[in-house]
Design a protein around this ligand. Structure first.
Ligand code: AKG
Ligand code: FE2
Length: 200
């Protein structure tokens, strides 16, 4: 199934709910869960160090250095499984990616707070291609400027094998998040492919 455009003003968001088959998504989930060098990183929140409520890992070309929430991340080299998935994502989006940030939400208590991905290394109109594996989680978008009442918040259920693309002005006008859920929820693994311009 091709990517379908969502009707969001001042954003360019596309979704293919069945980018990978359920079998392919399950096989990739078990491979990545065990082979990726998962870490729980601290982040600075209002000047205080706290642990991120999820595990993360950063893979990519050696030059794809990245500053993320005050962390300087050095990428691990691509694994064969990540290279294969990158090729599929590049074919579906017509975009080249040089790195991928992986997030492992171990349960419904793991989450990602409201943020934009607008680091200078991502350029003025970042393209982020996000593949989801494992349990379905709610992905929310809301306007950065609450005065823009024509920007109604949206929720998407990102299920195993889905591909979500954010591009154009999405990061300029919209925040996104993966909130905690009280529903019994198993692990979810998300990969966000990014094109990072090395900042030297
Ligand atoms: O887990 C997700 O779907 C979102 C991940 C995300 O927003 C990020 O890595 O910046
Ligand atoms: Fe993000």
């Amino acid at each position: 199934m091709p990517l379908q455009s969502l009707a969001l003003p001042d954003a360019d968001v596309l979704l293919d709910a069945q980018f990978l088959s359920l079998d392919a998504a399950a096989a990739l989930l078990s491979e990545l869960t065990t082979t990726i060098a998962w870490r729980q990183e601290p982040i600075k929140l209002f000047g205080k160090e706290v642990m991120q409520p999820r595990l993360t890992a950063w893979y990519g070309n050696p030059a794809a250095r990245y500053q993320y929430s005050g962390l300087a991340l050095e990428p691990y080299p691509w694994t064969p499984a990540l290279q294969r998935l990158r090729a599929q994502v590049e074919a579906a989006t017509g975009t080249r990616f040089n790195s991928v940030l992986l997030n492992l939400y171990r349960s419904g208590q793991d989450s990602m707070g409201w943020h934009v991905d607008n680091e200078p290394e991502l350029g003025p109109t970042p393209i982020i291609a996000s593949v989801s594996l494992g349990d379905t989680r709610r992905f929310r978008l809301k306007p950065r400027d609450p005065q823009r009442t024509q920007h109604a918040p949206v929720s998407l259920e990102l299920s195993a094998g889905s591909l979500l693309v954010m591009r154009g002005y999405t990061q300029r006008y919209w925040l996104h998040a993966v909130p905690k859920t009280a529903r019994p929820t198993g692990p979810r693994l998300n990969l966000t492919f990014r094109a990072v311009t090395p900042s030297s």
